[in-house]
Design a protein around this ligand. Structure first.
Ligand code: NAD
Length: 356
């Protein structure tokens, strides 16, 4: 029976990556019944919202979605569709593996195998913001005993024990299920004692339930340096939302760039798979972007669907194509202007050929 999966093409480089990924996934022989749902700025013009209810309903019903990136205008305009989807569906756990593939000329390290587990629903991404000079902002400023400038805009950073517990537990469960040895919790608890302090406090409690997994804590600033200097010392990382977002891109950079970094957003009611990267608007329609992060997100989806053999086959084919280094996109070359780089669809074709 075919799997019914919500397929969101997104915008920017999204539609071309989705096309490449769809072809690779179908070439495994696993059958899909794609429920294509459009969202983003173009839909905003037609339907008055960038995230129509039908998209959310489709994911609720199918419980599995594969998504291309969606642009978020900076400063003004609508709230991020990506963040809103995670909120609406309570997809609280964002899992982003960063793994070395042999042959990536742009990679600065070899033998990296890190997993970023990012909390997806709380923190400064909760969407509780007050404009400068609004009555709400003024009310908070009045209570701040002179700590906040009178003309400040304010974003609220909620971190709860329940939200921290479920994401940290998810990181430990992931470690157990995947034969990992260590979980590192990361925050800035020396400065934000109540919010980030609570995250660490819950981390210590949860760690007691998993005596076979090592647990440690790092401050986010130190962690950035540690990751750049000694990434091999780390295994599973668990972080509140904002730090997790930033560290995800840093870890992608260690293994060769965003073109290689897949992701999954998981909750009790569903799972949405999408790469770490955004819509890279400057490459839109150029058949230039690397499809690997999107295809690897599809591999994570295959594993979620328990199609392990198909997942292995796709991942082996990707590794082979990258190692051969002939049919890869510009970002995996030592010189980004290397004229032998191929396009998005050609790399997908090579992956399909390597599977056969
Ligand atoms: P981005 O990830 O889109 O791109 C940053 C740079 O990374 C690109 O210029 C490119 O050099 C490189 N890159 C990204 N994906 C690549 C790929 N597949 N192959 C090769 N190189 C790749 O980040 P940005 O420019 O900060 O954001 C662009 C838009 O995407 C913004 O509107 C942002 O809000 C949105 N965004 C969406 C998501 C999502 O849909 N989940 C995630 C992040 C950003």
């Amino acid at each position: 029976m075919a799997y019914r999966v919500t397929l969101i093409p997104g915008d920017g480089i999204g539609p071309e990556l989705v096309e490449a990924g769809r072809r690779v996934l179908e070439a495994t022989g696993v059958e899909f019944d794609w429920d294509v749902q459009l969202a983003g700025s173009e839909i905003m013009e037609q339907e008055g919202t960038p995230l129509p209810q039908r998209v959310i309903d489709s994911i609720r019903q199918n419980k599995v979605a594969l998504k291309g990136p969606i642009t978020t205008p900076i400063g003004t305009g609508f709230r991020s569709v990506n963040v809103a989807l995670r909120h609406e569906l309570d997809l609280y756990a964002c899992i982003r593996p960063c793994k070395s593939y042999a042959g990536v000329q742009s990679a600065r390290y070899q033998n990296i195998d890190l997993v970023v587990v990012r909390e997806n629903t709380e923190d400064l991404y909760a969407g509780v913001e007050f404009e400068a000079n609004s009555s709400e902002a003024k009310e908070i400023i009045a209570k701040s005993a002179g700590k906040i400038n009178p003309d400040a805009a304010i974003s609220i950073k909620p971190i709860s024990a329940s939200g921290s517990r479920r994401i940290i537990k998810h990181a430990f469960d992931y470690a157990v299920a995947n034969g990992r040895k260590k979980v590192t919790a990361i925050a800035k608890a020396n400065i934000m004692k109540f919010t980030d302090g609570l995250f660490f406090e819950v981390g210590r409690e949860v760690a007691k339930e998993y005596p076979d997994i090592e647990y440690e804590e790092r401050l986010i600033d130190n962690m950035c340096m540690q990751l750049v200097m000694h990434p091999e010392n780390y295994d599973v990382l668990v972080l509140p939302n904002l730090y997790g977002d930033i560290i995800s891109d840093l870890c992608a950079g260690l293994v060769g760039g965003l073109g290689l970094a897949p992701g999954a957003n998981i909750g009790e009611k569903g799972a949405l798979f999408e790469p770490t990267h955004g819509s890279a608007p400057k490459y839109k329609g150029l058949n230039k972007a690397n499809p690997t992060a999107f295809i690897l997100s599809g591999v994570m989806m295959l594993r979620h669907l328990k199609e392990f053999e198909a997942a292995e086959r796709v991942e082996r084919a990707i590794a082979k194509v990258i190692e051969e280094g002939k049919n890869v996109t510009y970002d995996l070359k030592a010189d980004r202007n290397d004229p032998t780089a191929v396009g998005t669809q050609e790399m997908a074709d090579a992956i399909i050929a390597a599977m056969e």
